[in-house]
Design a protein around this ligand. Structure first.
Ligand code: PMP
Length: 400
């Protein structure tokens, strides 16, 4: 029986943390998982989160089950953060929002809805993308293929390729888009390019599917990072948006996020919501309350909301400073004349170094720098003090 079960391979991202833990070298550096660290490389709990938690304790909030769709105050707050409080799609109640188990669980709910109501429809995902996207759609039995995104020659966006592949996809495909701070490349379309992307998607009757895991974390501004999503909402399109509070509120382990389905009428939104609940019920019954209360409290209180924004700017700012320092270190140490400016053009938590698998292996085996094998490093796990060491490791690995 169980004897016949074979060993599963380690997860390409979370497996990196396990390998890091097992390494005893003191120079070791974990740039694998995308989790914010302080300059001392310690995990960071936002002050505003502690404040909200204290309030929750003082009030003696209970631990009763939430409804299947989650905490109402959270669902309201999360949709408003995404679209802006006065947005017509919200006023006209066209958005079906249900709380999910962070970004991953929310994506999984949407995938299940696609599998049930759009049988055979394909999801197009960027090449490359966050490793778990493929797992999620495979698990939900939703067929997917890739659209061109990253151009290794320019270490930039292959915009022509992207547009062509979206154009050539069967009508009515789902197009998975990273709302901001594309993972793993850190390369986002420009505002003008977003307009063209929306044009072809509309032309082909495709359905956009946004994954927003970094709102406020890319630019430091919640509104700026939601611009792509809002552009599509303005056009009256129907689409999905999965949200996560892992990064921007540092609530990784609380598993708090949401799936939003923008529909063409309030009536359709009510029906879609009922189906999402029906999918959630046999999977996990109802979502956890703690993170939902934190988000609802922080967003619902003007002072705490302001404090959150300040802390988010601080985190985004630290990552930008480290990015600059890494670039400066590379430029001053590398004598090969290589152009490192792509590092400064990338945004968000990650840098896509362009290191291939063998070179990434060298980073780990020789330099004890843990990273994903696609060449992605998390700058959120880097300190100013470690930039020179990392630059040495990268230069050595590149020229090997
Ligand atoms: N989408 C993308 C693109 C991500 O980078 C992440 C976090 N690594 C997620 C979704 C979801 O993470 P979580 O389930 O922790 O919210």
């Amino acid at each position: 029986r169980f004897e016949g079960i074979t060993m599963a391979p380690p997860d390409p991202i979370l497996g990196v943390s396990e390998a890091f833990k097992a390494d005893t070298n003191e120079l070791k550096l974990n740039l694998g998982v995308g989790a914010y660290r302080t300059e001392e490389l310690q995990p960071y709990v936002l002050n505003v989160v502690k404040k909200a938690e204290n309030l929750m304790l003082e009030r003696g909030d209970n631990k009763e089950y939430l409804p299947i769709e989650g905490l109402a105050a959270f669902n309201k707050a999360t949709a408003e953060l995404l679209f802006g409080a006065g947005h017509p799609v919200i006023k006209e109640q066209k958005v079906a929002t249900i709380q999910g188990l962070s970004g991953t669980g929310s994506l999984r709910l949407a995938a299940a809805l696609i599998e049930r109501y759009f049988p055979g429809a394909k999801v197009l995902i960027s090449a490359p993308t966050w490793g778990n996207h493929k797992n999620i759609f495979n698990d939900a039995k939703v067929p997917w293929s890739e659209y061109r995104y990253y151009d290794p020659k320019t270490i930039g966006l292959d915009f022509e390729g992207m547009i062509q592949d979206i154009k050539e996809a069967p009508e009515g495909s789902f197009i998975l888009l990273h709302g901001c701070a594309h993972n793993p490349t850190g390369i986002d379309p420009t505002p003008e390019q977003w307009v063209k992307i929306a044009d072809v998607i509309q032309e082909k009757n495709h359905i956009p599917f946004f994954d927003v895991a970094y709102q406020g974390f890319a630019s430091g501004s919640l509104d700026e990072d939601a611009a792509s999503v809002r552009l599509f909402a303005e056009r009256g399109m129907e689409f999905f948006v999965a949200q996560s509070y892992s990064k921007n509120l540092g609530l990784y382990a609380e598993r708090i996020g949401a799936i939003n389905v923008v529909c063409s009428s309030a009536d359709a939104a009510t029906r879609v919501k009922s189906q999402l609940k029906r999918i959630a019920r046999p999977m996990y019954s109802n979502p956890p309350v703690h993170g939902a209360r934190i988000v609802a409290n922080v967003v619902g209180d003007a002072t705490m909301f302001g404090e959150w924004k300040a802390e988010m700017e601080m985190m985004a700012g630290r990552i930008k400073t480290v990015r600059q320092r890494l670039y400066d270190s590379l430029v001053s140490k590398d004598k090969s004349g290589k152009d490192w400016s792509f590092i400064l053009k990338q945004i968000g938590m990650f840098s896509f170094t362009g290191l291939n698998k063998a070179q990434s292996d060298n980073m780990t085996n020789k330099w004890h720098v843990y990273m994903t094998k696609d060449g992605r490093i998390s700058l959120a796990g880097l300190s100013m003090a470690k930039c020179e060491y990392l630059a040495d490791a990268i230069i050595d690995s590149y020229h090997n």
